[in-house]
Design a protein around this ligand. Structure first.
Ligand SMILES: Nc1nc2c(c(=O)[nH]1)N[C@H]1C(S)=C(S)[C@@H](COP(=O)(O)O)O[C@H]1N2
Ligand SMILES: [Mo]
Length: 326
Protein backbone atom coordinates (compact mmCIF):
# COMPACT_ATOMS: atom_id res chain seq x y z
CA UNK A 1 0.00 0.00 0.00
CA UNK A 2 1.22 3.42 -0.88
CA UNK A 3 0.52 6.34 1.38
CA UNK A 4 -0.03 9.67 -0.27
CA UNK A 5 -0.49 12.94 1.53
CA UNK A 6 -1.87 16.08 0.00
CA UNK A 7 -3.93 18.32 2.26
CA UNK A 8 -5.29 15.40 4.14
CA UNK A 9 -3.98 11.92 4.28
CA UNK A 10 -5.41 9.99 1.43
CA UNK A 11 -4.82 6.30 1.52
CA UNK A 12 -4.93 4.16 -1.53
CA UNK A 13 -5.77 0.75 -0.13
CA UNK A 14 -4.49 -2.23 -2.03
CA UNK A 15 -5.89 -5.70 -1.54
CA UNK A 16 -3.96 -7.32 1.25
CA UNK A 17 -3.36 -10.89 0.20
CA UNK A 18 -2.34 -12.69 3.34
CA UNK A 19 -2.56 -10.23 6.21
CA UNK A 20 -5.47 -10.85 8.58
CA UNK A 21 -7.66 -7.80 8.57
CA UNK A 22 -7.08 -6.86 12.21
CA UNK A 23 -3.32 -6.74 11.77
CA UNK A 24 -3.71 -4.91 8.50
CA UNK A 25 -5.90 -2.31 10.18
CA UNK A 26 -3.58 -1.78 13.09
CA UNK A 27 -0.66 -1.40 10.72
CA UNK A 28 -2.69 1.12 8.83
CA UNK A 29 -3.28 2.97 12.05
CA UNK A 30 0.45 2.83 12.79
CA UNK A 31 1.32 4.28 9.42
CA UNK A 32 -1.32 6.97 9.76
CA UNK A 33 0.20 7.97 13.08
CA UNK A 34 3.57 8.07 11.38
CA UNK A 35 2.26 10.24 8.62
CA UNK A 36 0.89 12.85 11.01
CA UNK A 37 4.14 12.73 12.93
CA UNK A 38 2.89 11.51 16.30
CA UNK A 39 5.54 11.50 19.00
CA UNK A 40 5.77 7.82 19.77
CA UNK A 41 6.70 6.76 16.29
CA UNK A 42 10.14 8.32 16.09
CA UNK A 43 11.57 5.80 18.49
CA UNK A 44 9.54 2.94 17.05
CA UNK A 45 10.99 3.70 13.66
CA UNK A 46 14.47 3.88 15.07
CA UNK A 47 13.97 0.49 16.61
CA UNK A 48 12.73 -0.92 13.35
CA UNK A 49 15.63 0.61 11.50
CA UNK A 50 18.16 -0.86 13.88
CA UNK A 51 16.75 -4.27 13.20
CA UNK A 52 16.16 -4.11 9.51
CA UNK A 53 18.56 -1.58 8.14
CA UNK A 54 22.27 -1.05 7.92
CA UNK A 55 24.47 -3.93 8.86
CA UNK A 56 27.65 -2.88 7.13
CA UNK A 57 29.91 -1.47 9.84
CA UNK A 58 32.31 0.08 7.31
CA UNK A 59 29.68 1.96 5.33
CA UNK A 60 29.34 5.71 5.49
CA UNK A 61 26.12 6.91 7.07
CA UNK A 62 23.70 8.84 4.91
CA UNK A 63 20.39 9.20 6.68
CA UNK A 64 17.81 11.31 4.89
CA UNK A 65 14.80 12.80 6.66
CA UNK A 66 12.00 10.31 6.29
CA UNK A 67 9.38 11.63 3.90
CA UNK A 68 5.97 10.49 5.22
CA UNK A 69 4.44 10.86 1.76
CA UNK A 70 6.38 7.81 0.64
CA UNK A 71 5.87 5.08 3.18
CA UNK A 72 4.75 1.49 2.74
CA UNK A 73 3.14 -1.06 4.95
CA UNK A 74 5.17 -3.73 3.14
CA UNK A 75 8.05 -4.98 5.25
CA UNK A 76 11.42 -3.73 4.05
CA UNK A 77 13.65 -6.30 2.40
CA UNK A 78 16.51 -7.46 4.63
CA UNK A 79 19.68 -5.49 3.85
CA UNK A 80 21.56 -8.70 3.20
CA UNK A 81 19.16 -9.74 0.43
CA UNK A 82 19.03 -6.29 -1.17
CA UNK A 83 22.83 -6.18 -1.38
CA UNK A 84 23.62 -9.74 -2.50
CA UNK A 85 20.91 -10.39 -5.10
CA UNK A 86 21.57 -7.79 -7.76
CA UNK A 87 21.38 -7.04 -11.43
CA UNK A 88 24.43 -5.03 -12.39
CA UNK A 89 25.71 -6.61 -15.58
CA UNK A 90 28.88 -4.52 -15.65
CA UNK A 91 29.96 -6.77 -12.77
CA UNK A 92 28.58 -10.06 -14.08
CA UNK A 93 25.22 -11.50 -15.06
CA UNK A 94 24.83 -13.80 -12.07
CA UNK A 95 22.82 -12.28 -9.20
CA UNK A 96 25.65 -12.93 -6.72
CA UNK A 97 28.42 -11.48 -8.90
CA UNK A 98 27.88 -7.73 -8.39
CA UNK A 99 28.39 -8.10 -4.63
CA UNK A 100 31.52 -10.17 -5.25
CA UNK A 101 33.02 -8.05 -8.03
CA UNK A 102 31.95 -4.44 -7.48
CA UNK A 103 34.68 -3.76 -4.91
CA UNK A 104 36.82 -2.48 -7.80
CA UNK A 105 34.39 0.37 -8.54
CA UNK A 106 35.98 3.67 -7.61
CA UNK A 107 33.17 6.01 -6.53
CA UNK A 108 35.28 9.06 -5.64
CA UNK A 109 36.21 11.39 -7.20
CA UNK A 110 33.02 11.23 -9.29
CA UNK A 111 31.43 13.77 -11.55
CA UNK A 112 28.14 13.90 -13.40
CA UNK A 113 27.95 16.05 -16.50
CA UNK A 114 24.64 17.57 -17.49
CA UNK A 115 24.37 18.39 -21.17
CA UNK A 116 22.16 18.88 -24.17
CA UNK A 117 18.99 20.95 -24.29
CA UNK A 118 19.59 23.01 -21.13
CA UNK A 119 20.35 26.69 -20.58
CA UNK A 120 22.85 25.88 -17.85
CA UNK A 121 24.92 22.82 -18.72
CA UNK A 122 27.21 21.88 -15.84
CA UNK A 123 29.53 19.26 -14.47
CA UNK A 124 28.95 18.60 -10.81
CA UNK A 125 31.16 16.67 -8.45
CA UNK A 126 29.45 14.24 -6.15
CA UNK A 127 29.42 16.51 -3.10
CA UNK A 128 27.86 19.41 -5.00
CA UNK A 129 25.28 17.06 -6.48
CA UNK A 130 24.42 15.66 -3.05
CA UNK A 131 23.97 19.17 -1.64
CA UNK A 132 21.65 20.32 -4.37
CA UNK A 133 18.47 19.43 -2.44
CA UNK A 134 17.64 18.07 1.03
CA UNK A 135 18.27 14.34 1.31
CA UNK A 136 15.11 12.36 2.02
CA UNK A 137 14.48 8.77 2.93
CA UNK A 138 11.69 7.16 0.94
CA UNK A 139 10.55 3.59 1.08
CA UNK A 140 9.95 2.36 -2.45
CA UNK A 141 9.12 -0.99 -3.94
CA UNK A 142 11.29 -1.90 -6.93
CA UNK A 143 9.93 -4.54 -9.32
CA UNK A 144 12.28 -6.33 -11.74
CA UNK A 145 10.93 -7.51 -15.09
CA UNK A 146 12.22 -10.98 -14.15
CA UNK A 147 9.35 -11.31 -11.68
CA UNK A 148 10.76 -10.36 -8.28
CA UNK A 149 10.56 -7.28 -6.13
CA UNK A 150 12.17 -5.66 -3.11
CA UNK A 151 11.12 -2.91 -0.68
CA UNK A 152 13.99 -0.59 0.10
CA UNK A 153 14.45 2.61 2.10
CA UNK A 154 16.33 4.84 -0.34
CA UNK A 155 18.11 8.13 0.33
CA UNK A 156 17.92 10.81 -2.32
CA UNK A 157 15.83 13.66 -3.67
CA UNK A 158 13.44 14.18 -6.58
CA UNK A 159 15.29 14.38 -9.88
CA UNK A 160 13.08 17.40 -10.64
CA UNK A 161 15.26 19.50 -8.28
CA UNK A 162 18.27 18.93 -10.54
CA UNK A 163 16.23 19.43 -13.71
CA UNK A 164 14.99 22.83 -12.51
CA UNK A 165 18.53 23.87 -11.65
CA UNK A 166 19.87 23.33 -15.20
CA UNK A 167 16.85 24.98 -16.90
CA UNK A 168 15.83 22.76 -19.81
CA UNK A 169 15.11 24.52 -23.10
CA UNK A 170 11.78 24.18 -24.87
CA UNK A 171 13.35 21.44 -27.00
CA UNK A 172 13.98 19.12 -24.07
CA UNK A 173 11.45 16.31 -24.48
CA UNK A 174 13.47 13.41 -23.08
CA UNK A 175 16.24 12.78 -20.62
CA UNK A 176 19.03 10.24 -21.05
CA UNK A 177 21.14 8.65 -18.31
CA UNK A 178 24.54 7.27 -19.26
CA UNK A 179 26.31 5.10 -16.73
CA UNK A 180 29.99 4.34 -16.17
CA UNK A 181 31.63 1.92 -18.61
CA UNK A 182 35.26 1.39 -17.59
CA UNK A 183 36.83 -1.95 -18.44
CA UNK A 184 39.51 -1.47 -15.82
CA UNK A 185 36.88 -1.41 -13.08
CA UNK A 186 34.12 -3.51 -14.58
CA UNK A 187 34.86 -7.07 -15.65
CA UNK A 188 31.37 -7.55 -17.10
CA UNK A 189 32.09 -5.14 -19.95
CA UNK A 190 34.07 -7.91 -21.67
CA UNK A 191 30.78 -9.70 -22.25
CA UNK A 192 28.70 -8.66 -25.26
CA UNK A 193 25.46 -9.30 -23.37
CA UNK A 194 24.49 -5.60 -23.68
CA UNK A 195 25.60 -2.61 -25.71
CA UNK A 196 27.82 -0.60 -23.39
CA UNK A 197 27.57 1.85 -21.82
CA UNK A 198 24.29 1.04 -20.08
CA UNK A 199 21.96 3.85 -21.11
CA UNK A 200 18.44 4.55 -19.88
CA UNK A 201 15.94 7.32 -20.37
CA UNK A 202 12.63 8.91 -19.46
CA UNK A 203 10.19 11.25 -21.09
CA UNK A 204 10.52 14.74 -19.61
CA UNK A 205 7.21 14.69 -17.72
CA UNK A 206 8.13 11.30 -16.23
CA UNK A 207 11.51 12.64 -15.16
CA UNK A 208 9.80 15.64 -13.53
CA UNK A 209 7.40 13.45 -11.53
CA UNK A 210 8.26 13.77 -7.82
CA UNK A 211 8.48 9.98 -7.45
CA UNK A 212 11.53 9.80 -9.77
CA UNK A 213 14.34 9.70 -7.23
CA UNK A 214 17.97 10.65 -7.77
CA UNK A 215 19.45 8.24 -5.26
CA UNK A 216 22.66 8.27 -3.24
CA UNK A 217 21.97 5.85 -0.43
CA UNK A 218 19.87 3.06 1.01
CA UNK A 219 19.12 1.85 4.53
CA UNK A 220 20.65 5.06 5.92
CA UNK A 221 24.03 4.52 4.29
CA UNK A 222 25.70 5.50 1.03
CA UNK A 223 24.83 3.07 -1.76
CA UNK A 224 26.84 -0.14 -1.77
CA UNK A 225 28.74 -0.40 -5.08
CA UNK A 226 26.60 -3.31 -6.26
CA UNK A 227 23.47 -1.19 -5.82
CA UNK A 228 24.74 1.56 -8.10
CA UNK A 229 27.10 3.78 -6.11
CA UNK A 230 27.63 6.64 -5.97
CA UNK A 231 24.47 7.87 -7.72
CA UNK A 232 21.62 6.11 -9.51
CA UNK A 233 17.99 6.56 -10.42
CA UNK A 234 15.06 4.82 -8.75
CA UNK A 235 11.89 5.02 -10.85
CA UNK A 236 9.54 2.87 -8.82
CA UNK A 237 6.57 2.64 -11.23
CA UNK A 238 8.78 1.16 -13.96
CA UNK A 239 10.62 -2.15 -14.20
CA UNK A 240 13.94 -2.14 -12.38
CA UNK A 241 16.10 -1.90 -15.48
CA UNK A 242 14.87 1.68 -16.04
CA UNK A 243 16.66 2.64 -12.79
CA UNK A 244 20.20 3.17 -14.10
CA UNK A 245 23.11 2.67 -11.70
CA UNK A 246 26.36 4.64 -11.38
CA UNK A 247 25.35 7.58 -13.57
CA UNK A 248 28.06 9.77 -15.14
CA UNK A 249 26.08 11.79 -17.67
CA UNK A 250 22.57 13.22 -17.93
CA UNK A 251 21.59 14.57 -21.33
CA UNK A 252 18.44 16.46 -22.36
CA UNK A 253 17.19 15.55 -25.81
CA UNK A 254 14.61 16.37 -28.46
CA UNK A 255 14.27 12.73 -29.47
CA UNK A 256 13.69 9.56 -27.49
CA UNK A 257 17.09 8.22 -26.41
CA UNK A 258 18.39 4.84 -27.56
CA UNK A 259 18.45 2.76 -24.41
CA UNK A 260 20.62 -0.30 -23.79
CA UNK A 261 17.96 -2.97 -23.21
CA UNK A 262 15.74 -1.62 -25.93
CA UNK A 263 18.64 -1.76 -28.41
CA UNK A 264 19.38 -5.34 -27.36
CA UNK A 265 15.82 -6.67 -27.63
CA UNK A 266 13.18 -4.11 -28.57
CA UNK A 267 10.41 -6.71 -28.55
CA UNK A 268 11.16 -7.55 -24.92
CA UNK A 269 12.09 -4.19 -23.38
CA UNK A 270 10.02 -1.21 -24.39
CA UNK A 271 11.11 2.35 -23.75
CA UNK A 272 8.28 2.95 -21.26
CA UNK A 273 8.35 -0.34 -19.35
CA UNK A 274 5.79 0.72 -16.81
CA UNK A 275 5.01 -2.11 -14.41
CA UNK A 276 1.88 -3.61 -15.89
CA UNK A 277 0.40 -6.95 -14.80
CA UNK A 278 -1.69 -7.15 -17.97
CA UNK A 279 1.20 -6.98 -20.43
CA UNK A 280 3.48 -9.99 -20.24
CA UNK A 281 7.13 -10.05 -21.18
CA UNK A 282 7.62 -12.70 -23.91
CA UNK A 283 9.45 -14.93 -21.43
CA UNK A 284 7.98 -13.97 -18.05
CA UNK A 285 4.45 -13.38 -16.80
CA UNK A 286 4.10 -9.99 -15.16
CA UNK A 287 0.91 -10.86 -13.26
CA UNK A 288 2.63 -11.90 -10.05
CA UNK A 289 5.92 -11.42 -8.30
CA UNK A 290 8.04 -12.98 -5.61
CA UNK A 291 9.32 -10.76 -2.83
CA UNK A 292 13.03 -11.25 -2.31
CA UNK A 293 13.79 -12.33 1.25
CA UNK A 294 10.53 -14.15 1.80
CA UNK A 295 11.11 -17.01 -0.61
CA UNK A 296 10.15 -20.46 0.48
CA UNK A 297 8.60 -23.42 -1.17
CA UNK A 298 5.14 -22.56 0.12
CA UNK A 299 5.41 -18.79 -0.13
CA UNK A 300 2.54 -17.44 -2.14
CA UNK A 301 3.44 -15.08 -4.93
CA UNK A 302 2.15 -11.54 -4.69
CA UNK A 303 -0.07 -9.93 -7.25
CA UNK A 304 1.77 -7.35 -9.28
CA UNK A 305 0.04 -3.96 -9.22
CA UNK A 306 -0.46 -1.57 -12.12
CA UNK A 307 2.36 0.99 -12.02
CA UNK A 308 3.75 -1.10 -9.17
CA UNK A 309 1.02 0.45 -6.99
CA UNK A 310 2.04 4.05 -7.77
CA UNK A 311 -1.32 5.07 -9.21
CA UNK A 312 -0.30 8.69 -8.99
CA UNK A 313 1.54 8.43 -12.29
CA UNK A 314 -1.50 7.24 -14.28
CA UNK A 315 -2.22 10.77 -15.52
CA UNK A 316 1.14 10.79 -17.34
CA UNK A 317 -0.28 8.17 -19.71
CA UNK A 318 -3.86 9.26 -20.40
CA UNK A 319 -4.80 8.44 -23.96
CA UNK A 320 -1.76 6.19 -24.46
CA UNK A 321 -2.16 2.55 -25.44
CA UNK A 322 0.05 0.91 -22.82
CA UNK A 323 -0.03 -2.41 -24.69
CA UNK A 324 1.51 -0.73 -27.70
CA UNK A 325 3.82 1.53 -25.70
CA UNK A 326 4.93 -1.19 -23.27
N1 LIG B 1 24.29 0.37 -14.96
C1 LIG B 1 23.37 -0.57 -14.70
N2 LIG B 1 22.23 -0.21 -14.08
C2 LIG B 1 21.29 -1.14 -13.79
C3 LIG B 1 21.46 -2.50 -14.18
C4 LIG B 1 22.66 -2.84 -14.84
O1 LIG B 1 22.91 -4.01 -15.21
N3 LIG B 1 23.60 -1.87 -15.08
N4 LIG B 1 20.46 -3.42 -13.90
C5 LIG B 1 19.09 -2.91 -13.72
C6 LIG B 1 18.14 -3.90 -13.25
S1 LIG B 1 17.67 -5.10 -14.38
C7 LIG B 1 17.56 -3.86 -12.01
S2 LIG B 1 16.33 -4.93 -11.56
C8 LIG B 1 18.04 -2.87 -10.99
C9 LIG B 1 18.46 -3.60 -9.72
O2 LIG B 1 18.78 -2.70 -8.69
P1 LIG B 1 19.23 -3.28 -7.26
O3 LIG B 1 20.40 -4.20 -7.48
O4 LIG B 1 19.61 -2.08 -6.44
O5 LIG B 1 18.06 -4.01 -6.70
O6 LIG B 1 19.14 -2.09 -11.45
C10 LIG B 1 19.05 -1.67 -12.81
N5 LIG B 1 20.14 -0.76 -13.12
MO1 LIG C 1 15.71 -6.04 -13.55
Amino acid sequence: MLIRRSQNIIEIPQPSEITPRAIFESRRHFIRQLAVGSIATGSMLELASQQAFAQNAAAQKLLGKQNPVYLMTDKTTPYKDATTYNNYYEFGTDKAEPAQNAGTLKTRPWTVSIEGEVKKPMTLDLDSLMKLAPMEQRIYRLRCVEGWSMVIPWEGYSLSALIKKVEPTGNAKYIEFTTLADKKQMPGLNSPVLEWPYVEGLRMDEAMHPLALLTFGMYGEVLPNQNGAPVRMVVPWKYGFKSAKSIVKIRFLKEQPKTAWNLTAANEYGFYSNVNPTVDHPRWSQATERRIGEDGFFTKKRKTLMFNGYNDVASLYTGMDLKKYF
